[in-house]
Design a protein around this ligand. Structure first.
Ligand code: IDP
Ligand code: MG
Length: 141
């Protein structure tokens, strides 16, 4: 059986576009079929303050305002995923940031519609996964 203490964890979000378009279940099915255990799942809608804190590293990017507006535009699903190599494997399952460049069969190719509305988030490093999980599920880090 899986030993949760040795499995790497990563943080995933099903973004407002994918929830609104009814893709939540299909995305969770893909995640589970790809061998991830879902350690936590929370359906919520972010406040502006939560979105700005989460994406603080992008505060000086030109798309920051657009990103925050998008992320507070409707319900989202927060997920903690566990698996060997969870961070890299979830990034690979998501595909490239721009759905037009995402490989066939990836979540963003299947369900994303633009570079901003790209269906999911995934942590880009173990360090950032721990930071992001700690913001919402401190009991897991
Ligand atoms: P990532 O989500 O693949 O790690 P990042 O570069 O970290 O991509 O950007 C964070 C998020 O900001 C993206 O997932 C996307 O939703 C949004 N974003 C990135 N670049 C743009 C852009 O050029 N215009 C609008 N939104 C963008
Ligand atoms: Mg990123």
């Amino acid at each position: 059986m899986h030993n949760l203490e040795v499995l790497e964890q990563t943080f995933a979000i099903i973004k407002p576009d994918a929830v609104k378009d009814g893709h939540t279940e299909a995305i969770i099915d893909l995640i589970e079929q790809s061998g991830f255990d879902i350690l936590a799942e929370e359906h919520c809608t972010w406040t502006r303050e939560q979105a700005e804190e989460f994406y603080d590293i992008h505060r000086n990017r030109p798309f920051f305002g657009e990103l925050v507006e998008f992320m507070i535009s409707g319900p989202i699903v927060l997920l903690v995923l566990a698996k060997e190599n969870a961070v890299v494997d979830w990034r690979n399952l998501m595909g490239a940031t721009n759905p037009a460049e995402a490989a066939k069969g990836t979540v963003r190719q299947l369900f994303g519609t633009s570079i901003g509305n790209n269906a999911t988030h995934g942590s880009d490093s173990i360090e950032n996964a721990n930071r992001e999980i700690g913001l919402f599920f401190p009991e897991l880090v």
